[in-house]
Design a binder for this molecule. Structure first.
Ligand SMILES: NC(=O)c1ccc[n+]([C@@H]2O[C@H](COP(=O)([O-])OP(=O)(O)OC[C@H]3O[C@@H](n4cnc5c(N)ncnc54)[C@H](OP(=O)(O)O)[C@@H]3O)[C@@H](O)[C@H]2O)c1
Length: 217
């Protein structure tokens, strides 16, 4: 059975990591970027193999049955605009972004908080997509190889049907322990949780930690 096609928007560490992992798992993959001919993108293509390709954000969004959003927060609205609303219509959109506001030498703060979240903004910017927040509380190296870091927990929040699709992708990546935080407003908690992960990284200088929810006794 052929696996769903995945279009990734954003070619940073996260975009390349997830695009490479999904290609290796047998998904047809297109990495979307503002500059498909850029040297690092071309180098990634050679390294990734498995038929992975690169294109513009619009091409990747059109290509994917499932979309992965992996952009710097400051460029997220623009990247979605470039991807094009019709290309996102009706598609599951896995939002890995964190809406961070950077400060010199100190851990970032959230640029969106309270009764809103980055994921809910993404949903407003891409109203036809079925947005699910996940994978935002680990380092990109863990996203595709969680077992190498123990058996951490991953959380999902968003559209019911779309969450099932994302949970399937998470299991393919090796996530056995997946916890459902409900609707997309759960992203408010998940994005705040990312700060816990980031502050610990700042304080220890290490970035290989992960979060675990222990079962009730
Ligand atoms: N790094 C991690 O391990 C990690 C872990 C968890 C969550 N996250 C979150 O995941 C997201 C991606 O992380 P990353 O480290 O891969 O980020 P990044 O390298 O800082 O940025 C990712 C991509 O965003 C795109 N971008 C930046 N400005 C843009 C603009 N004005 N318009 C359109 N696109 C723009 C660029 O893609 P193109 O140049 O290809 O267009 C860039 O490669 C972030 O929101 C981050 O907070 C990261």
């Amino acid at each position: 059975m052929s696996r769903p096609k995945i279009g990734v928007i954003g070619s940073g560490d996260v975009g390349k990591r997830l695009a490479g992992a999904f290609a290796k798992l047998g998904h047809p993959v297109m990495l979307g970027t503002r500059e498909p001919s850029r040297e690092d993108v071309q180098a990634w293509l050679k390294e990734a193999g498995h038929g992975a390709r690169a294109g513009t954000n619009a091409e990747a969004a059109r290509f994917g049955d499932i979309i992965v959003l992996a952009t710097d927060w400051s460029g997220t609205e623009n990247a979605l605009r470039l991807a094009g609303a019709p290309n996102l219509q009706g598609k599951v959109l896995l939002d890995v972004t964190n809406p961070l506001s950077y400060r010199d030498g100190a851990p970032p703060l959230l640029a969106v908080s309270g009764e809103d979240s980055g994921a809910e903004r993404v949903q407003r910017w891409a109203p036809g997509a079925k947005v699910v927040k996940s994978l935002n509380v680990v380092n990109n190296a863990q996203m595709a190889d969680p077992k190498a870091f123990g058996n951490p927990t991953m959380f999902v929040a968003g559209d019911e049907g779309a969450k099932k699709v994302v949970e399937g992708l998470l299991r393919e990546l090796g996530w056995d322990d997946v916890i459902d935080l409900g609707g997309l407003e759960g992203a408010r908690m998940l994005e705040a949780m990312a700060l816990v992960w980031i502050v610990h990284g700042f304080r220890t200088g290490k970035w290989t930690h992960a979060l675990k929810m222990l079962p009730a006794r």
